[in-house]
Design a protein around this ligand. Structure first.
Ligand code: GLP
Length: 243
């Protein structure tokens, strides 16, 4: 097992700023980097900081390609809670990433074929250089819920009631998340060259603890990261259990 490097900050804002600098540094070092991007509340302030760095100059996404972790199945195109809408709003529309370079898993038509195509597109780029991850309160990464095989790839998954409940606040009043999504697999994530996992807030403390202080277990998908050689965890003190 490998022990990830923890970078702990006093505030959520300090975490966001440090993660944005990490992403910017990776793109400056490799302007044609392939990024694995995440959604969720955690990344809103990170992307805001990244946009601020972009506006300062000296940072371009013109040669970058990005692959998001996941997308809901069954939302109408342009639905405000789709991860495509999230990415357009919080990042893509505000940087120079070419429109065709920001990929999300396909959730229309033959979805199983789209999953295979997604894996092939990542492989054609030579794999993901930097994968960003949040963590669910149940230890999920992407939408790999507990029980997800550690060698799983991009596929259709059922969301757990707790994930649906946790994400309901992202939806317009009176709507709930769909029951299914497409997600990169744990195995897809594990193939990334470098992984940055971000956890903010006391409600992530238990998942973080289970992910990195216990033996890897299918009950906690994030614990697969123990077997990855280059993981950095950015978190605040609350996510560390207030220690
Ligand atoms: C979502 C996403 C994950 C994300 C997690 C935590 O459902 N599929 O990629 O990391 O849940 O989200 P948040 O940052 O909103 O807590």
């Amino acid at each position: 097992m490998n022990t990830p490097e923890f970078r702990v900050f006093g505030t959520a804002q300090a975490v966001a700023s440090a993660v944005a600098q990490h992403i910017a540094g990776a793109v400056q070092a490799n302007p044609a980097a392939t990024l694995g991007l995440a959604t969720g509340k955690t990344f809103i302030s990170i992307y805001a900081e990244l946009i601020a760095l972009y506006r300062q100059g000296g940072l371009s996404f013109a040669e970058v390609e990005s692959f998001n972790l996941d997308e809901y199945i069954g939302l109408p195109a342009g639905h405000p809670a789709s991860f495509r809408s999230y990415m357009e709003e919080h990042l893509f529309s505000q940087i120079d990433l070419p429109a065709q370079s920001g990929h999300l898993p396909g959730v229309e038509g033959d979805i199983e074929q789209a999953c295979r195509d997604y894996e092939a597109a990542i492989a054609a780029r030579g794999g993901i250089d930097l994968q960003l991850l949040g963590i669910g309160q149940n230890g999920h990464i992407g939408f790999n819920e507990p029980g997800s095989p550690f060698d799983s790839h991009t596929r259709i998954v059922d969301l757990t009631p707790s994930t649906i409940a946790a994400n309901t606040s992202d939806f317009p009043e009176g709507e709930v998340p769909p029951p299914q999504a497409v997600t990169m697999g744990v195995g897809t994530i594990m193939q990334a060259k470098e992984i940055v996992l971000v956890a903010i807030g006391a409600n992530k403390a238990e998942a973080l603890d289970k992910a990195f202080r216990a033996e890897p277990s299918l009950d906690c998908p994030a614990s697969a990261l123990h077997n990855h050689p280059h993981v950095i965890v950015y978190c605040d003190e609350a996510a560390m259990g207030g220690k």
